[in-house]
Design a protein around this ligand. Sequence first.
Ligand code: ZN
Length: 377
Amino acid sequence: MTFKIIKTEKTENGIARLGELETDHGTTQTPFFMPVATKLTVKHISPMEIKEMGGDACISNSYILYLRPGRELIKKAKGIHKFMNFKGVMFTDSGGFQIQRKTIMEEITDEGVKFKDPFSNRTHFLRPEDAMHMQREWGSDVAMCLDHMPAVKGDYDSIAESLKRTYEWAQRCKKVHGGKSIYGKKQMVFGIAQGGLFKDLREQSAKDINSLDFDGNAMGGLALGESSEEMYKAIEWQVPFLDEKKPRYLMGVGSPADLVEAVSRGVDCFDSIYPTQNARHCHLFTNDGMIKLDRGKYREDFGPIDPECDCYVCRNFTRAYLHHLSRSSEWTHHRYLSYHNVYFILQLMKKIRLAISKGEFNEFKKEFLKRFKKNKK
Ligand SMILES: [Zn+2]
């Protein structure tokens, strides 16, 4: 069995699950968070560091890989695991999310998406079948279907139209994917359900995608500017229609509070640039909420970022020192702050898994959120 549920705990919003996802490149316990390795590196962090933090999985980006370094080079390198030397589980997205941004997309039709290469200004066309072939060449453990991602706050009719296309494209993806990468390793495929913020559309899309019997199911088009409450509702609408025996993946979510809330609604898998992006702006996670380390008040603060964090940075450096590095525009502060934020999220997922294993997730959630929300950045 590729995915198995080990333990569950009923919550006020659904069922939190502890499980295991097995791939040809290793096993990861669920729920888990994937740092984003857009260009085949997590920003400022090495694969060795991801592993030492307890990270088993990363996600990379088809669109970026397609532009640079390109399909031929990745094939010569025998896939992305070998190329970046990451010994763990790798997901790749289909590229749809980036391609469908206004500045890049030129046209979307039933056939596929026409988009512009920002490096060369050349036009490319991506069909659902191409997205699948490309991901077989990347050699990821989990490939994502190409979907038509509507604007999260789009009108009803445009979102309904995008769902029809997302469903048709998912069928086409399913048809051409044989379950293996071109390197002979098992490659799972996850479908993506959309639906904006409309209950009936979210439900319909979940039913459609679920009916295609993918290896796992994702919820897309969220964490894009809607409120957390709106996002939690959308998750609650879709989860009951996504096969409970398969992993459920909430794309693009990575804030500590949202992770805990989504797990309590039955989500098993996440990815986001949130930890590294916040680190680059000196916004750091602590158990008592976010802190903004470049503020003057940390100039003479000789405590660690978070006294409860046992990461390398918290064990070795003070807020005052890190504040100094950030004010001096020393690049090392990006490394240290990113390290702490990613570590914090990976540790949070570990604590969540431990809490579910002991049947204490509800208490953990209550305590964690009470402290974390006390201090807004
Ligand atoms: Zn730390």
